[in-house]
Ligand binder design. Structure first.
Ligand code: IPM
Ligand code: MN
Length: 353
């Protein structure tokens, strides 16, 4: 298969984990006889510095022209600590989501047997947990009308019926392909937007009779993912709740550095790690490249290349089993591997398989 991949490495640890992500794509191309071409483009703080815009037109065109976007991370503390900054790296990410119409953010939460002891949760709670959070990504408070003066500020949590219907459709269909259990997470006891979500979900339920659908308030759900993570199969929720809930769910598995995601919608699909740009670690060769590498696996699976995806997952599991791990998950006394070494090990595993 020929695939044009737009490569957006972004900021912080982005470039070094992306290097390993691309090396793994190359290994897959070699192994399976595919032809992947890459087009690098700027996004985030590096784009502000070089082009004055966190999501320049040229990057937008590169994304639109590609079959898929492989994205790493954006963000720089320089902007976080400056409330007067007119442009911020995160605006690049939001502009990209909006312009590419990436309304469905799929964040799987899978545990790795050998890392269960790293989780802040007790083994017996976590064992067997395997669910997907589907976060609506282009609506709600993130994009609703905003206002700010010295005495008053607001953000509008707005959702329209078509926006809700299309994300619920993705969620129902995802549940149908899995264990047929969908949990709609909202705050319908307080928020009007949540009440519309719930109303529409109930209207759609009869179209998916094989799916067992339940409803949970976000405050309760954020407790339940900690106390009974095995309860869940597919969770669907609005943008802001999904943002918060997926940081929580990404850490219960033992390492944030292992969680990939995809964002799908109207235009080019995008694949990225759930974690951020970790600027403090940039250039130190300590960041875990696995989330980036698994994002590439999700990319291939999206295009029906399931054998390719499975081989990447097998290689990642083998690296973990053989303690080829970055410092944050290395066993006591285990050999230290850096970002490059872990990436190279996984790429070699694939080539030699
Ligand atoms: C995420 C991030 C972004 C978000 C930030 C960087 C704007 O936290 O992808 O979850 O809030 O959506
Ligand atoms: Mn977030």
């Amino acid at each position: 298969m020929k695939l044009k991949i737009a490569v957006l490495a972004g900021d912080g640890i982005g470039p070094e984990i992306m290097e390993q992500g691309v090396a793994v794509c190359d290994a897959i191309a070699e192994k399976f006889g595919h032809e992947f071409s890459y087009k690098e483009a700027l996004c985030g703080a590096c784009a502000i510095e070089k082009a004055g815009d966190p999501f320049p037109e040229e990057t937008y065109r590169a994304c639109m022209d590609a079959d898929a976007v492989l994205f790493a991370a954006v963000g720089d503390p320089k902007y976080d600590n400056d409330p007067t900054a007119k442009v911020r790296p995160e605006q690049g990410l939001l502009a990209m989501r909006k312009k590419l119409g990436l309304f469905a953010n799929i964040r799987p939460v899978a545990t790795f047997e050998c890392l269960i002891h790293k989780s802040p949760l007790k083994d017996e709670l976590l064992r067997g947990a395997d669910f997907i959070v589907i976060r609506e990504l282009t609506g709600g408070m993130y994009f609703g009308e905003k206002y700010q003066d010295n005495d008053k500020a607001y953000d509008t949590d707005i959702y329209t019926r078509p926006e809700i219907e299309r994300i619920l459709k993705v969620a129902f269909e995802c549940a149908q392909k899995r264990n047929k259990h969908l949990t709609v997470v909202d705050k319908a006891n307080v928020l009007a937007s949540s009440r519309l979500w719930r109303q529409i979900a109930k209207e759609m339920e009869p179209q998916y009779p094989d799916v067992n659908t339940d409803y949970m308030f976000i405050d309760n759900a954020s407790m339940r993912v900690l106390t009974e993570p095995t309860f869940f199969d597919v969770i669907v929720t609005e943008n802001t709740f999904g943002d918060i809930l997926t940081d929580e769910t990404s850490c219960i598995t033992g390492s944030m550095g292992l969680q990939p995601s995809s964002s799908l919608g109207e235009h080019t699909p995008l694949f990225e790690p759930v974690h951020g740009s970790w600027p403090q670690a940039a250039g130190k060769n300590i960041a875990n490249p696995v989330a980036q590498i698994l994002s590439a696996a999700m990319l291939f699976e999206h295009f029906g290349l399931s054998e390719e995806g499975a081989l990447i997952r097998e290689a990642v599991n083998a690296s973990l089993d053989q303690n080829v791990r970055t410092p944050e998950i290395q066993v006591e006394g285990g050999k230290q591997y850096g970002t490059r070494e872990v990436g190279a090990w996984i790429a070699n595993y694939i080539k030699n398989k």
